[in-house]
Design a protein around this ligand. Sequence first.
Ligand code: ZN
Length: 162
Amino acid sequence: MTIQDGKVVGLSYALKNSKGDLLDRADGSEPFVYMHGAQQIVPGLENALGGLKVGDKKDVVVAPENGYGEMNPQLKMTVKKDQFPGVAEIQSGMQFQAQAPDGGPGMVFTIAEVKDDDVLIDGNHPLAGETLHFAVEVLSIRDATDEEMSHGHVHGEGGHHH
Ligand code: ZN
């Protein structure tokens, strides 16, 4: 069996940036599980995994446009501290979810810098603009169940429990 659309895939991986810093990982004791073809992982990685089989190892380099996107300078904004009512202390690194105009969940942004009453916020994904270096090993492949296919996500171990 090889990885193709509609397969549930278990991976171990290490993700590094171009400087070699480890950003994220999943090891064999707690594999990362996803449904192939359901756009649950960045496109550059999903495309590279197609056709692999259990036991295959692959190093995948993903450019920002096939990863978390380019850095968008327009998503960096300066706001005033009093726009965060109820937050005792605003610190860089904190994340907030903005309210969308329709009242639904909006963009997640990160506090980039606090300077006196000014707060620099950044709505880019934390990995925007990064070239992603994945080292991946395929641990398992199975067919998605009909129920998983209709829900568009994985159930059970490593997936949704409802
Ligand atoms: Zn479900």
